[in-house]
Design a protein around this ligand. Structure first.
Ligand code: NDP
Length: 326
């Protein structure tokens, strides 16, 4: 079994006296900056033009010293890029690339730009990655609760000979080695993440939507269908994570539920489609489609956002939350 790094395996002092510039203060930027600051790391934030980007004001309100991205890169030992992925190449070549100096570390929270070559760093900097496997607000909340989000680190260029130690120290400062961090390639991190997003998130959300629509079409009350399609899953995931699938099925679920899962569950899954999506992801087809969508101004996403927001299920969800809370 591969090594899982915990707090005791990682030396946070490799960040002593170093300055980490967080570039991008969104979901991950805010959470990681705050966690690292509380772990004793010196953080500065690099943000885009304050008249067009709200990050500057947000980071300042949270007590960080904010600079232009160029200035932050000049002042940093570690440049941690937490911009949204498709925006990274243009910001990188405009404000970061020309300011990097030998010996600095360029760090990412997703391998997309490096794997697909939309960012090509100079050869004299370390290039690493640290990803907490969860949204920023959860990463922040877990840290405050004394826990963390499991994550992974990768090294793409190790000029200093200490790139892995740096990435692991960032992981520790964010709280991830409290629960576990694995070391993997940029390729596996990127494609694994994109595969998870398509199959697990995409599959689960479409399963919820389809289940709701079928139940409502067949005369079920909307509130009941909504609760079945969304709320039920919440109650089982933590249990499965805590005890494992078999123990959940045999000792926590009912016998009817166990039979239903084992008997009918496989028919819901389209394994051929899952294999095809895996192959497309490995061939870079998903990445190409997403970059193309972004460069066109996200027409497909915008259309889907509008139609989904107007859907019967979303409207039921709004009423549900008003009546039953969160
Ligand atoms: P967000 O969309 O939440 O934040 C993006 C940030 O980028 C914002 O601060 C935004 O600033 C800034 N930004 C975007 N365009 C520009 C620009 N042209 N110039 C300057 N700043 C810009 O991103 P996430 O935090 O979700 O993602 C950051 C990284 O973390 C990505 O690599 C992602 O893959 C990775 N990641 C994300 C996870 C998640 O669940 N969200 C989980 C694990 C990894 P402003 O708002 O001021 O414009």
């Amino acid at each position: 079994f591969e090594k899982i790094y915990r707090d005791e395996d990682v030396d946070l002092s490799v960040l002593d006296g170093k300055t980490v510039a967080i570039i991008g203060y969104g979901s991950q930027g805010r959470a990681q900056s705050m966690n690292m600051r509380e772990s004793g790391v010196k953080i500065i934030v690099g943000a885009g033009d304050r008249t067009r980007h709200s990050s500057w004001d947000k980071a300042e309100a949270d007590g960080f010293t904010v600079y232009s991205i160029e200035e932050a890169v000049d002042k940093a030992d570690i440049v941690h890029i937490l911009l949204q992925d498709p925006a990274q190449p243009s910001v990188y070549y405009e404000s970061i690339h020309g300011h990097l100096k030998p010996g600095q570390t360029l760090s990412f929270a997703h391998g997309f730009a490096i794997l697909y070559g939309t960012i090509k760093p100079p050869k004299d900097v370390d290039v690493v990655l640290f990803v907490p496997n969860g949204p920023g607000p959860v990463t922040r909340q877990k840290y405050k609760d004394g826990s963390g989000i499991w994550g992974c680190v990768s090294v793409d260029q190790d000029v200093s000979g200490h790139a892995r130690e740096t990435a692991l120290a960032i992981a520790k400062a964010v709280g991830s080695t409290r629960v576990g961090v694995v070391d993997m390639t940029f390729q596996h991190e990127t494609e694994g993440d994109n595969y998870e997003e398509q199959v697990l998130y995409g599959g689960t959300i479409h399963l919820m939507r389809t289940m709701y629509n079928i139940m409502v079409k067949n005369g079920y009350p909307r509130s009941f269908a909504y609760a079945k399609a969304i709320r039920s899953i919440r109650s089982i995931i933590d249990d499965i994570d805590a005890v494992g699938i078999e123990a959940y099925l045999t000792s926590r679920a009912s016998r009817t539920c166990e039979f239903a899962v084992r008997h009918s569950g496989p028919r819901v899954i389209n394994e051929k489609a899952m294999e095809e999506i895996f192959a497309e992801t490995e061939r870079g087809i998903f990445a190409r489609n997403w970059l193309q969508e972004f460069s066109l101004g996200m027409p497909t996403l915008n259309r889907m956002r509008r139609t989904w927001a107007e859907s019967d299920m979303e409207q039921t969800g709004t009423i549900w939350r008003e009546k039953f809370g969160k």
